[in-house]
Write a protein that binds this ligand. Sequence first.
Ligand SMILES: Nc1nc2c(ncn2[C@@H]2O[C@H](COP(=O)(O)OP(=O)(O)O)[C@@H](O)[C@H]2O)c(=O)[nH]1
Ligand SMILES: [Mg+2]
Length: 312
Amino acid sequence: MNALWKRLAGSLRKTRGVFAEGLAEVFTQRSELDEEFYERLEEVLLAADVGLETAEEILSRLRDAIRREGVRETEAARAQLRQVVVDVLRHGWQPPVEPEPNAAPHVVLVVGVNGVGKTTSIGKLAWHYHRQGRRPLVVASETYRAAALEQLGVWAERANAELIRSQPGADPAAVAFDGVRAAHSRGADVVLIDTAGRIQTNVNLMEELRKIRRVVAKAQPEAPHESLLVLDATVGQNGLSQARQFADAAEVSGIFLAKLDGSARGGVILAIAHALGIPVRYVGLGEQIDALAEFDPEPFAEALLEPIGAAP
Ligand SMILES: Nc1nc2c(ncn2[C@@H]2O[C@H](COP(=O)(O)OP(=O)(O)O)[C@@H](O)[C@H]2O)c(=O)[nH]1
Ligand SMILES: [Mg+2]
């Protein structure tokens, strides 16, 4: 946990700047747990883009815990806050579904709006699986743009993954089908399907996602095993409404929160956990191939809340 914590603390610099520093101020400068303490705390939560609804929930749980435990000192309140944050992050959380060895290929469909980090995140996931000794295969079901096909090709090569692609303009569902079949014939055991970016309000593109799902299930009955929605942490609360609409249309089973390193709004991870109940599975912590972490509530709570320079 220490290694992960150190890495998170470094990558989450921007959010920590708002969160950890703001909290340090609240907890050291205020000696009483009065109304002003809660107000200052709320300001810090909102500044990190936790969102009003989630911030109020956190404060209400904190008040309860403080009352219940008879806490009088701000330092002890800090421990209570940490526990409340862990509880919020645990809501709906499960570790990622790991592909079973020697089973049929584990199929992951990756969806989201344009530019959120889908292709990059697929590159990281392919590398993650490759490092575990799996045989990843990536599928370019984003067929509209030639540049997108090339970008995925570059990531596939870096990650030692096989690549299935077709001509620009091919039917995305047909390519996805071919990809899953190719995984069977080539002995790949993880299939990562890259889809074109789409706006959640575009009915045709949402219908296309449903078609991809149906066709993938024809290639392999229980697939896709996971539908990962990639969200961009730098857009903060806006990602939440994206997620709600995608969840309805695309049967999202997990979230990949990309660009958490470049965001001062990392508090949105609390809002996602609290409001959506869709598990955050992974976070993206940079543009490099290994800048990926599996989401785990406790080290994340530590990394978000602990004062700069402290170690758990
Ligand atoms: N800092 C940072 N940048 C990222 C991360 N993930 C993706 N990006 C960048 O976001 C931009 C869009 O990524 P891309 O994968 O092409 O998005 P897509 O359109 O959803 O496929 C690129 O410049 C990536 O390098 C991340 O975790 N951290
Ligand atoms: Mg892309």
